[in-house]
Design a protein around this ligand. Sequence first.
Ligand code: PLP
Length: 395
Amino acid sequence: MKKGYFGSFGGQYVPELLMPPLGELEEACATILPDADFQRELDILLRTYAGRETPLTHCPSLSARLGFNLWLKREDLLHTGAHKVNNTLGQALLARRMGKTALVAETGAGQHGVATAAAAARLGLSCTVFMGEEDVRRQAPNVMRMRLLGARVHPVTNGTKTLKDAINEALRFWIAEQRTTHYCFGTAAGPHPFPTLVRDLQSVIGKETMAQCREAFGALPDTVVACVGGGSNAIGMFFPFIMNPEAAAVRLVGIEAGGTGEPGCHSSAPLNLGSPGVLHGQHTMLLQDKEGQILPSHSVSAGLDYPGVGPEHAHFHAAGLAEYHLVVDSRALAGFAELCRHEGIIPALESSHALAWVLDNAADLPGGGHVVVNLSGRGDKDMDIIREHLPALCA
Ligand SMILES: Cc1ncc(COP(=O)(O)O)c(C=O)c1O
């Protein structure tokens, strides 16, 4: 396989000015990441600061209704509230070892921004976060958290004022500040080596899940389901399964956000509804028009609201190594309500998409079997959206 490619997807489609910092990062990934001291320091941070390992929780009421065992991988219980901190602690530690003094990041739902701000504060780095103005509005509590943690948050007013535009601004900032600054990319997307770096840092999710399933019910699960925005929580869950020949029979299901589902409305489902193209330094599946202009995306969950997807998912999709479906806003909200009321867990709206697919497709899942949903984050950040969309649930 060509370096930095997953099948025909991936690569480094960037301006010349980004080649030096990408080369420097590639070198650091090859030399610093595998170092035993680095791995030890990261492991201590993940365990004693972030709260790994996260539990695998059985859902007794939903399982009784569904006819199979529903398990949740509880990334929502991590420090800062989502899986994002697995990646930011790894990248912040890497940046410090590279001699950088600052981090820049983009954020959609704000979870990656908060996790970057926390990692930066913890490791003595300064932090700048770009966030679309629309996301600043709908994820206000996370903006406050980033600022409390010492990050400078820049609202982005270009384009659709969401994640895509925030990434553009962060890349521009990185070009200017590359000597002192590491770009802490928030998902398994972008130019090489980010998709591989983020995947490797998030693979702890899948590795723990496999061991926990063996301990809980003596086998690997029948089906594993994760939501897909850029794709980091899903790739972190899927990759160890794909690499293990004993897991060849495990069904891997990624869930994209279908938006409102009304005819003519925008979605965030490039694998289901898009075509190949280039965005943010990578060749991948994109929502675009015939001329290659990127279409606006939409999802009720800010963290899934992105017109592209990480290149390794595009490859898994093309090669049939995983399957990808979409779930619309209203079904994700229904899944959210079910988990609140029946299991006492308030999930992030992103993770609710994965949960909703399981609830809506129970008839196709193995009776008496075991299904794991990656609960990528908690729903505290989504209270304003829930109040607006599910007023009866809040009354
Ligand atoms: C809780 C949660 N889950 C999922 C995502 C989607 O990102 P990814 O596809 O990289 O896991 C986000 C993004 O902000 C998030 O906050």
